[in-house]
Design a binder for this molecule. Structure first.
Ligand SMILES: [Zn+2]
Length: 358
């Protein structure tokens, strides 16, 4: 594994359900430390300030470090664990998946279960199983045994999925590429800027609680107070059988995706053009998206900070996003770092001022 693969493995395998980001936060802090001055907001988002040739403009590069997961809601007297979803799960991808319950005594492993097909009526077999009807089985036979294992109501639960390099060596299988992939792009780009002059001050930010309402974005942006922001995200692609829509295919390996329209944010046009033009000039692959897609990004909160912040979201394509088995393409990762680095080098005072010359 090379440096990027190691970074992605470390970040994606770490636990960090929204509101319980301690494990992944420690890793982000470790990677930020040699890159600049590290601080945090009071919800736990981490900020790395890297001063360039000028104090201004203040450039925010943000990815969220929280992941979707679950929380223990109830322990049955027979020793099964009922759970509530944190973030946007599609219940169909949950059954038979491994999870780790993060208890004060350490990780407790389990599997997500439900009534097996042998016991279902013909009618039941046709229906999707609702997560309310699932439970986590940790191999205990009573509530007392579960408690003895250290599990308590409200303990966070994370998906378990080993980072794996797939055949061909260019794609990776794992969980939480949304948005540990974005966090890794921020870290890699800051690393790259150690050797490169940039006419601004960079703030690499790993936000918390994005998946439950962009909360760490709101708190961290008030500390950073940026003049311009680029959000690094993971986004769903439709290059799999049966998903493409009228030829608008967003695909793995096609380059990062710049989203030009979302229900929650209309990106700054000048910044958007700068990104698109820079990609062209440097011959970096870029996919441009302006179709309907569910979900938002931290940009929705960040662009509304104070009197407004010119903001754009740049996303890594992820297949099977929000599941244990997501796939990321190395080419997209490298292209995102390349593009971000090239864009950041142009963000001087004059260029950023022009973004909001109305
Ligand atoms: Zn995300």
């Amino acid at each position: 594994m090379d440096e990027i693969e190691k970074l992605l493995k470390e970040l994606t395998e770490a636990g960090g359900v929204s509101g319980h980001e301690t494990e992944v936060r420690k890793l982000v802090q470790k990677h930020f430390k040699p890159l600049g001055k590290v601080s945090h907001d009071r919800l736990g988002s981490v900020i790395c300030k890297k001063q360039g040739e000028a104090a201004e403009p203040r450039v925010m590069l943000a990815g969220h470090m929280d992941e979707i997961g679950f929380i223990v809601s109830h322990i049955t007297k027979e020793g099964f664990i009922r759970f509530a979803n944190i973030g946007g799960w599609w219940d169909q991808v949950l059954l038979a998946q491994r999870v780790a319950i993060k208890t004060s005594k350490g990780d407790v492993m389990g599997t997500i279960g439900a009534k097996p097909p042998h016991l279902l009526s013909d009618e039941e077999r046709k229906k999707l199983v609702d997560s309310k009807d699932m439970y986590i089985d940790i191999g205990c036979a009573s509530a007392e045994e579960v408690e003895k294992a250290g599990v308590r109501v409200a303990d966070p639960i994370v998906p378990v999925s080993q980072f794996t390099v797939l055949a061909g060596g260019r794609t990776y299988l794992g969980k939480a590429f949304d948005d540990r992939g974005g966090c890794a792009v921020v870290i890699s780009s800051l690393r790259r800027m150690l050797d490169v002059a940039h006419p601004n001050t960079l703030f690499g930010v790993a936000t918390v609680q994005e998946e439950v309402g962009l909360r760490g974005a709101r708190t961290s942006v008030s500390l950073v107070d940026p003049d311009v922001a680029i959000i690094l995200e993971g986004t769903a692609v439709n290059d799999m059988p049966g998903a493409a829509n009228e030829g608008h295919v967003f695909r793995l390996g096609g380059g990062p995706v710049v989203t030009l329209f979302r229900q929650d944010m209309i990106p700054n046009r000048g910044l958007r053009d700068l990104i698109v033009d820079t990609a062209r000039e440097h011959r970096i692959r870029l996919q441009i998206r302006a179709d309907r897609i569910r979900g938002g990004t931290d940009g929705a909160a960040i662009h509304l900070h104070s009197a407004g912040v010119p903001t754009v979201a740049l996303s890594l394509p992820v297949r099977y996003v929000h599941s244990h088995g997501s796939i990321l393409h190395r080419g997209d990762f490298d292209a995102a770092v390349e593009l971000l680095t090239a864009v950041v080098r142009q963000l001087d005072r004059k260029t950023v001022k022009a973004l909001t010359a109305y």
